[in-house]
Design a protein around this ligand. Structure first.
Ligand code: NDP
Ligand code: OXD
Length: 309
């Protein structure tokens, strides 16, 4: 049986090398050269072409090349009854902790302004900052939201989290669903989005959400570009209600050269690299899911299709 590799964004040979360490006899076919469709029993994908995956009648598992799965679920023509699994590992979770802590601290310690002042040769003092009096609000307390929440608590910030179901993490106050959103937002001086992109969360960072944040709040989006209504953030930055933003993800990637975020003085752009799934890190978990799918045993990190993540 063979693994189908399908991504326009990843180098198949790098992934083949990493996977072969765990599966020495790996048979991997790179789309569109899938060979006999009957031989494909697993697919490792990022943004597969619409309808592509239903051409393999013996497919046992669809493996996302990363933690997000919206790039698979947007295909309305997926094969029925084939489980989808997400891919991440502790290295990736650690990288997200670094990214969120880095950008929270940059905003908290006024680094964008200090760097600008240095360019102008201006000595301007800020602070001292009240860290326990600063609340970081994390939207999404899953595999990538919970570890930064706990790291920020350890540094001394007040941390609140928002999720669909209640959470009990020490040092993180939990807010739940629609009913808890306004109270959560009203206290989030720095808002971090780590939600999956689903029909419920598409466009969630919009004018109505932004106006519920305290004046001078900062926004960090490390989830998906589809969470953000770009014009609404630009308006909130230009009015001064939102002080600054860090954006790792965009509706169109790479971010087009004429996008106003590139030159906006209050925006920091990173090129969707908060936490990349490095093949060497995640090959082990992918190999494990492939082995389980072939044996018919329980898979790891299975997507709940009714929740969409
Ligand atoms: P998980 O599925 O582990 O967690 C998702 C969290 O979001 C859960 O806490 C869930 O609540 C909450 N949630 C989902 N829908 C809603 C909703 N409608 N209302 C309130 N809360 C909701 O996801 P991960 O943490 O693994 O990943 C999150 C996203 O981060 C990924 O989908 C991906 O898009 C992005 N990502 C970005 C990376 C980057 O490099 N920029 C790297 C890795 C991930 P509950 O716990 O109650 O189910
Ligand atoms: C992911 C990502 O979903 O890197 O893993 O964005």
């Amino acid at each position: 049986m063979a693994l189908l590799f399908s991504s326009r964004f990843h180098d198949p040979e790098v992934w083949r090398t990493a996977l072969t360490v765990h599966i020495p006899d790996l048979e991997m076919r790179v789309w569109p050269d899938a060979g006999d469709p009957l031989e494909i029993d697993a697919a490792l994908v990022w943004g597969p072409k619409r309808g592509e995956l239903k051409y393999y009648p013996n497919l046992r598992v669809i493996i996302s090349m990363g933690a997000g799965v919206e790039h698979i679920l947007r295909d309305s023509d997926l094969p029925a009854n084939v489980p989808i699994v997400r891919t991440f590992d502790p290295h990736m979770q650690g990288a997200m902790v670094e990214y969120v802590v880095l950008h929270v601290l940059r905003h908290h310690r006024h680094m964008p302004e200090i760097v600008e002042n240095q360019r102008r040769g201006e000595w301007v003092k800020y602070g001292p900052e009240d860290t326990p009096g600063t609340t970081v609000g994390i939207m999404g307390l899953g595999a990538f939201g919970a570890p930064p929440a706990q790291a920020l608590d350890a540094i001394g910030f007040r941390v609140v989290g928002w999720s669909r179901t209640d959470k009990e993490f020490s040092g993180v106050e939990s807010f739940v669903g629609e009913a808890g959103l306004s109270d959560f937002l009203a206290q989030s001086n720095i808002l971090v989005c780590l939600l999956p992109l689903t029909p419920e969360t598409e466009g969630i960072i919009n004018a109505s959400l932004l106006e519920q944040l305290p004046p001078g709040a900062c926004v960090i989006n490390a989830a998906r570009g589809g969470h953000l209504v770009e014009e609404d953030l630009l308006a909130a930055l230009d009015s001064g209600h939102i002080k600054a933003a860090t954006l790792d993800v965009f509706r169109e990637e790479p971010l087009p050269a004429d996008n106003p975020f590139w030159s906006h003085p209050k925006v920091t752009i990173t090129p969707h690299n908060a936490s990349d799934p490095h093949p060497r890190w995640v090959a082990g978990i992918i190999a494990e899911n492939l082995r389980r799918a072939r044996e018919g045993s329980d898979l790891l990190n299975v997507v709940n299709l009714s929740h969409g993540y």
